[in-house]
Ligand binder design. Structure first.
Ligand code: ACO
Length: 323
């Protein structure tokens, strides 16, 4: 990764705002999730505008121009519209004419596109731009206390580049999906199975439905098993990991997974209290915060771990600063 950028909208939704809107409390939300506030898009922002902002910074920081980018991948569960793909809007706004496509793997999306992007670099592309961007606040019922407290909006982007001596920056990975759990976290309407109609809107089927406890249980198991498999594939142990960068869905999921892996809190990057769950943006928002404030240093082994609707999961073990 030779360039990176993040973007969050200006709007803030605090726990106090939610208390005024529904039957909940700051105490419940902080204790059960670790979240204190989230950033939410206003009328002028979308998944693509956040993605463009993060991607523009990433290209600049890499010392490149848009014409240098060979491929754009956008991971999102909240696409700009059903067709065309979000990458079309993002690429056009940046001035790209290279190939682009979207990855749909919910909150595991950034790790999925990292693995695919790195493979494309190994296949011959020089610079691959990956962007995780989501505006889940546009898909949750703002009055549903099961989901509204959890989600926020944001984007994170990185430019992947071939290393000078082809030393791999990505050391090992694991991608998985158990589609039998599709119904525990989903948006029922708006696709070919249940096209949008006045009835689906009246029933609220355009909003996310979630069985929180079941997602929680499966998430901890998936993160731990996938991380252990990935470490095994690289011939490394949890003690070799300088920073665990998990998907920021719930601080209790993060704590449970880290503790089972034997990674202490001081080696885990957590910023959920300020952003909530930003889906495909959550891992880059945490990772690049750690890079920018100096916690992550060249040579550090990073364990990135995502999980989400599908149910998908993805782990990437990478070495920061490999050039
Ligand atoms: N405020 C106050 N009370 C609430 C709220 C709320 N917002 N929501 C639920 N409660 C109440 C419930 O009614 C219940 O009350 P009862 O005991 O009187 O019946 C009590 O709190 C406990 O409810 P649970 O659902 O058991 O709460 P839990 O501890 O499981 O926490 C939560 C719920 C936070 C949703 C948790 O299950 C969770 O984080 N699950 C994982 C969700 C997740 O990670 N989703 C994203 C996946 S990534 C992606 O792809 C988008």
């Amino acid at each position: 990764m030779v360039g990176w950028g993040t973007a969050v909208p200006d709007g803030r939704l605090t726990n106090a705002d939610l208390e005024a809107r529904m039957d909940t409390s700051d105490e419940w939300i902080v204790e059960r999730t670790g979240i204190r506030e989230r950033r939410i898009v206003g009328p002028d922002d979308t998944t693509a505008t956040l993605a463009v902002s993060a991607a523009t910074d990433a290209i600049k920081r890499a010392g490149l121009a848009p014409a240098d980018i060979d491929l754009l991948i956008v991971a999102t569960a909240t696409p700009e519209q059903p067709m065309p793909h979000t990458g079309a809007f993002v690429g056009d706004a940046i001035g790209l004419r290279c190939g682009s496509f979207d990855v749909s793997a919910a909150c595991a999306g950034f790790v999925y596109e990292l693995v695919v992007g790195a493979s494309m670099v190994h296949s011959g592309y020089e610079h691959v731009l990956i962007v995780g961007s989501d505006t889940l606040t546009r898909m949750v019922d703002p009055y549903d206390r099961d989901t509204a407290p959890l989600f926020g909006d944001g984007a994170g982007a990185a430019v992947l580049t071939r290393t000078a001596d082809d030393t791999p920056g990505l050391l090992a990975w694991d991608l998985g999906c158990d589609g039998s759990a599709a119904s525990i976290l989903h948006v029922p309407a708006g696709g070919s199975r249940l096209p949008a109609s006045a009835d689906t809107v009246a029933a609220g089927d355009h909003y996310m439905k979630m069985q929180g406890q079941e997602v929680f249980r499966r998430a901890v198991r998936a993160v731990v098993e996938s991380a252990e498999l990935t470490l095994d594939r690289a011939g490394l142990a949890a003690s070799d990991v300088a920073w665990f960068v998990p998907h920021q869905a719930n601080v209790r999921i993060i704590d449970a997974a880290a503790s089972r892996l034997g990674i202490p809190p001081e080696r885990t990057i957590v910023n959920i209290e300020r952003y909530g769950n930003t889906s495909a943006a959550s891992i880059p928002l945490a990772l690049f915060e750690g890079v920018d404030d100096g916690r992550v240093r060249d040579g550090d082994i990073l364990l990135l771990s995502g999980f989400g609707a599908g149910m998908t999961w993805a782990t990437a073990l990478m070495q920061w600063g490999a050039r």
